[in-house]
Design a protein around this ligand. Structure first.
Ligand code: ATP
Ligand code: MG
Length: 593
């Protein structure tokens, strides 16, 4: 794989792990985890997180767990779990037997919550979510303690048990930790850890009427799995004191074993020309701006796969962009370049004519054909050559002919000579036109002494070299030309080409029991991002391909010479009806902002 040749550059996570290995903090063990919520498809950003977590484990002969963070029964689904697991496997990683669910720990989490109550460190609060939010204070003002804060331990236990047994309505009570309502860190102001939810969970069914919240669940799950390095995105930095508080209390109480996991935060991936927010990805699909989750233009991993992006390309990209502790935007061209570099090395070359024009070689005998040998990879002779049949009538690219050539145009024009790649030198003689004056065929004569690979073939030099396919041996194919989904780098931003707004920042933990993700991002976008969709992101054409390409196994990737990289569509490609998707062009033609 390409990445294996790239020496691993130091980054702060590698440094920390090396130090921990040296000090023996975890007895040389490295255990990480990737903790997706099974509420959607993975996107390019998740790929970064997967590669960091699984990659660090791999480099250190440790292990990485795949843990589904399934604490919100309202939004989760098994269908998503399967797709997530497939995408992680597709990226090249294996969690072995370490596939877990936060819901595996519901019994432990509940027991620990009772323990917190018994220690006087948790209480059942009857305030409404709105009230709790209002009482929480601000960055400059301390919070106001709830009237329930001093509820006796025994009563808290009774209430908590009643919450569990389903006696109360959703939102009627929450269980909160008793930490510090005046803490400068809002996350420490008696965070809610359990809420009432009368909902069927996709794994635990109707067993529970209370569900633990993210901050409480995550650190305990990490500790129970003996994770060493718990790596997450920057918006969780302010949650780290709570992470440490919870597991340290439980370890002090003998409920968890030391050494405890440590949380580290890195900058999430922000990429231009796409959107990486679940809410928006859902909107793109639901409003039919794309053809489903695996549309090759979607920044999902199922979309990337269908587009022909490669796991090795993602790894190369991740290694190149590194891991940093401050947010920034990266240009989409970096991802494309990584894909191009991997495909350049690994994709075999083939010929396709995307905008066909007929060429007739008048002095080539009718009914005759001969094989021309084309290398499968110019830098890898061991991949061999294949035969491409030449005959009297060929397809060439329309842009390879000009009736009145402009200065410096070295391809085909009346009286001008070019080499048919892997074949002969030809000279253009005349053209056929229809009644409207459109060119329908170009005529030429060939020089039989100039066949590529034969003695003397190179005695005569010509400046142009064009590709071609025999009309008799080419196969028609549907070619889907994909390009960037958005036409501008910062979709929806006030200034979409020269972004001036803040990078999306994380909001503080949402108030308890508001029923939604507790770490939603604020997206300060001024315009509707849908107005910035690229109208040319998909163009479907009919072209011609080498016949054998029709038999290509779906998902095989090729370079179509002079055109770019293409992949046999994973869903629609059939021998009788080949379909190829353009992964990326050979060169970046987008303007840099
Ligand atoms: P949600 O808003 O639904 O929580 P999410 O993007 O956080 O969405 P998760 O399934 O919780 O989705 O994410 C799993 C892991 O992927 C988390 O550890 C998260 O930090 C990481 N992750 C998500 N988005 C990015 C990104 N853009 N760059 C890097 N890592 C990301
Ligand atoms: Mg999340």
């Amino acid at each position: 794989m390409t990445t294996e040749k790239t020496p691993l550059a130091p980054n702060f996570l590698r440094t920390i792990i090396a130090q921990d290995n040296q000090s023996g903090k975890y007895a040389g063990q490295v255990v990480t985890r990737f903790p997706p919520e099974p509420n959607g498809y993975l996107h390019y950003g998740h790929a970064k997180s997967i590669i960091i977590n699984f990659g660090l484990a791999e480099e250190n002969h440790g292990r990485c767990h795949l843990r589904f963070d399934d604490t919100n029964p309202l939004k989760e689904d098994v269908e998503f779990e399967d797709s997530i697991a497939d995408s992680v496997r597709w990226l090249g990683y294996d969690w072995g037997k370490h596939r877990y669910h936060a819901s595996d720990y519901f019994d432990d989490l509940y027991r620990f919550a009772e323990w917190f109550i018994e220690q006087g460190l948790a209480y059942v609060d009857s305030q409404s979510p709105e009230k709790m939010r209002a009482m929480r204070g601000t960055l400059t003002e301390p919070g106001v303690p709830s009237p329930d804060r001093n509820r006796p331990i025994k009563e808290n236990l009774v209430f908590f048990h009643a919450m569990k047994s389903g006696m109360f309505a959703d939102g009627q009570y929450v269980l909160r930790l008793k930490i510090d309502m005046a803490s400068s860190n809002l996350n420490m102001r008696d965070p809610a850890i359990y809420r009432i939810r009368h909902a069927t969970h996709h794994r635990t069914g109707d067993k529970w009427h209370v569900y633990p919240l993210y901050d409480y669940t995550h650190c305990i799950s990490d500790a129970l799995e003996r994770v060493t390095h718990s790596i997450c995105t920057l918006e969780f930095q302010d949650h780290r004191p709570l992470y440490d508080w919870i597991i340290n209390k439980l370890a002090d109480g003998g409920m968890l074993a030391r050494p405890l996991p440590h949380q580290y935060e890195f900058a999430r991936l922000n990429l231009t020309y796409v959107v990486l927010s679940k809410r928006r990805l859902i909107e793109l699909v639901e409003k039919n701006h794309v053809d489903g989750w695996d549309d090759p233009r979607m920044p999902t991993l199922v979309g990337a796969r269908r587009r022909g992006f490669t796991p090795a390309g993602f790894r190369l990209f991740a290694e190149r962009i590194g891991v940093s502790k401050s947010d920034s935007w990266l240009d989409f061209s970096l991802l494309e370049a990584a894909m191009r570099d991997d495909l350049n090395e690994n994709a075999e070359r083939r010929i396709a004519i995307l905008d066909p024009l007929k060429l007739i070689i008048d002095n080539y005998p009718e009914g005759q054909s001969e094989d021309c040998l084309a290398p499968n990879h110019p830098q890898k002779p061991d991949l061999g050559k294949r035969a491409v049949p030449l005959s009297r009538e060929l397809w060439i690219e329309r842009e390879d002919f000009m009736e009145t050539p402009s200065k410096g145009y070295f391809r085909l024009a009346p009286g001008q000579e070019v080499r048919l790649r892997y074949a002969y030198i030809i000279r253009c003689t005349h053209v056929d036109k229809d009644d409207n004056g459109n060119i329908v065929a170009v005529h030429a004569t060939y020089d039989p002494d100039t066949k590529s690979g034969t003695d003397g073939a190179n005695l005569r030099k010509v400046k142009g070299n064009i590709h071609w396919l025999s009309t008799a041996y080419a196969k028609e194919a549907e070619i889907r030309l994909y390009d960037r989904l958005f036409a501008v780098p910062f979709p929806g931003a006030k200034n979409p080409v020269g972004h001036t707004e803040e990078i999306p920042i994380a909001v503080e933990t949402a108030p308890p029991d508001d029923g939604d993700d507790n770490h939603r991002l604020v997206e300060p976008h001024a315009r509707n991002y849908l107005d910035d969709l690229n109208p040319d992101s998909k163009r479907v054409i009919t072209g011609y391909i080498e016949k054998a390409l029709a038999e290509a196994v779906p998902e095989t990737r090729f370079q179509f010479e002079r055109h770019g990289y293409f992949v046999a569509d994973i869903k629609d490609h059939r021998p009788e009806r080949p379909v190829f998707n353009r992964t990326v062009t050979l060169k970046d033609s987008w303007v840099k902002y």
